[in-house]
Ligand binder design. Structure first.
Ligand code: NAD
Length: 487
């Protein structure tokens, strides 16, 4: 839970905003950050005011032209140096992430190393950013299309993969010549400040990378409604994405929105059931089900439904969970906060009242402090239940039985979300047919998340606008400029 406090400077770390290449003194109110596994107070972070947001945007604007004028390969060197620092400090960074976010240490370590690899990967585009020369209708004319930076990017982050999301926004922004102002989630800002401490050691030019911490309605609104911001790159919920669109509208600011998901997992009659169970279970307990592209609902063919539900329930029931800083062999930690726990409790309770049967789990875990919920399987679900339509973001798997691939796809597509989907089958023709029919930005065959950094992570419908990763994600951070040159 976030509490705003004026005083109590103490033994716990107090972080500062990073503006124009320096950690800046902050005198307004602070936000207290706590450990979701046990309620321990971890840090105090600035709840910045509008003047701090404006100072960061001004610094980013001032730095942008000189940064863009550097050869891309020089900009790349900074990203490589930051990546090296992250790897050298992986153990410390993983512990910071785990303490404030609640994911298990092994996953936090993967997140840190993947973030370093992502910086290196995006830096690798330095010599590959290309424009085009287009054939003209006029004799003696050349048409050139240049790719240019947009200017200042606002990067607004969620709490579920807070560390990786810094890189997913800043790496493509910086390599293409933009500067950035990052707003971490107020739930998980510590890792962003630790990232910034390391970044500060590589002597990045002042103003290229800035961090301003605060609430969504404070710092978030001030950033997204500011006319000096040239692009808003946001990852988070549909409701916030929608509010950001409204805030950006008066300035017609470019948007890149990575929003929620309700990923359907379709298990067909010829699926390898053990493979399907292992993959779906892993995707649902990883990060305690708080992943935009983890299996959120299952459609299983009637011919294998009983066997599948039995195997899935055993696997979910066997999940090792608890406080990830106390036990090293866990698969799952707590949910992020009380509100998330309340949401899961309410959704399961509603599903039960609508006829779902709890096969395993179905209640708050009785393991002491923290926001722990039991790994849960619900059978007898049907498409008009809230639990089959709304994002749960917790370790709960609702299952609906279907008669065919076509029925499963129809139900899967009848969703306001369109981020990711998965299909389990041994028949390549069925897999290709499913890919053809599924209206989703991503489909996994015989596996679940994660996506590749060289792919393109993008959703349809309310799951977002634009996408991230790979060449297409990189070019989201550029604009075109066409020049007609008559000889
Ligand atoms: P959230 O929308 O509550 O908050 C995300 C960020 O937006 C936070 O930094 C918050 O302070 C800020 N914010 C809140 N209100 C704002 C406003 N009015 N203006 C500007 N900023 C504002 O989301 P969350 O709870 O942190 O993250 C969980 C959500 O993120 C889930 O829905 C999940 O599916 C989604 N997500 C999507 C992807 C993807 O790639 N599509 C990846 C990770 C998470």
């Amino acid at each position: 839970m976030i509490k705003l406090r004026e005083s109590r400077m103490s033994e716990i770390p107090v972080y500062q905003n990073y503006i124009n290449g320096e950690f800046q003194p902050h005198s307004a109110s602070y936000i207290e950050v706590t450990n979701p596994a046990n309620g321990e107070l971890l840090s105090r972070v600035p709840n910045a005011d509008t003047s701090e947001v404006e100072a960061a945007i001004t610094a980013a604007k001032k730095a942008q032209k000189a940064w863009a004028a550097k050869p891309a390969i020089e900009r790349a060197q900074y990203l490589h140096k930051i990546a090296d620092k992250l790897r050298q400090n992986a153990e410390h960074l993983a512990a910071v992430i785990t303490k404030e976010q609640g994911k298990v240490l092994s996953l936090a370590t993967v997140e840190v190393n993947f973030t370093a690899d992502y910086l290196d990967y995006m830096a690798g585009w330095a010599r590959r950013i290309e424009g085009e020369i287009i054939t003209s209708d006029r004799p003696g004319e050349n048409i050139f299309m240049f790719r240019k930076p947009l200017g200042v990017v606002a990067g607004i982050l969620p709490w579920n993969f807070p560390f990786f999301l810094i890189a997913r926004k800043m790496a493509p922004a910086l390599i293409t010549g933009n500067t950035i102002v990052i707003k971490p989630s107020e739930e998980t800002p510590n890792n962003c400040f630790e990232f910034t401490r390391l970044l500060d050691e590589v002597d990045l030019p002042a103003g290229v990378f800035n961090v301003v911490c605060g609430t969504g309605y404070g710092v978030g609104q001030a950033l997204t409604s500011n006319s000096q911001i040239d692009m808003i790159s946001f990852t988070g919920s549909v409701a916030t994405g929608s509010a950001i669109m409204a805030a950006a509208a008066p300035n017609v600011t470019k948007l890149n929105l990575e929003l929620g998901g309700k990923a359907p997992a379709i298990v067909l009659e010829d699926a390898d059931l053990d493979l399907a169970v292992n993959a779906i279970k892993a995707s649902r307990v990883i990060n305690t089900g708080q992943v935009c592209n983890c299996a959120e609902r299952i459609y299983v063919h009637t011919a294998v439904a009983d066997k599948f539900i039995e195997k899935l329930s055993s696997a979910m029931a066997a999940t090792r969970y608890g406080d990830p800083m106390k036990q090293s062999d866990l698969e799952m930690g707590p949910l992020i906060n009380q509100a998330s726990l309340d949401k899961v409790i309410s959704m399961v309770s509603k599903a039960k009242s609508e006829g779902a049967q709890v096969i395993t789990g179905g209640k708050v875990a009785d393991i002491g402090p923290g926001f722990h919920y039991e790994p849960t399987v619900l059978a007898g679900c049907h498409s008009d239940m809230e639990i089959m339509q709304k994002e749960i973001f917790g370790p709960v798997l609702p299952v609906q039985v279907v008669a065919s691939l076509e029925e499963a796809v129809e139900l899967a597509n009848a969703s306001e979300y369109g981020l990711t989907s998965s299909v389990y089958t041994r028949d390549l023709r069925q897999a290709m047919r499913a890919i053809d029919l599924l209206d989703y930005g991503e489909t996994y065959i015989n596996r679940e998340n994660f996506e590749a950094m060289q792919g393109f992570h993008a959703g349809t419908r309310k799951s977002g606008i634009g996408g991230a990763d790979g060449k297409h994600g990189l070019y989201e951070y550029t604009r075109t400029h066409v020049a007609y040159v008559q000889n």
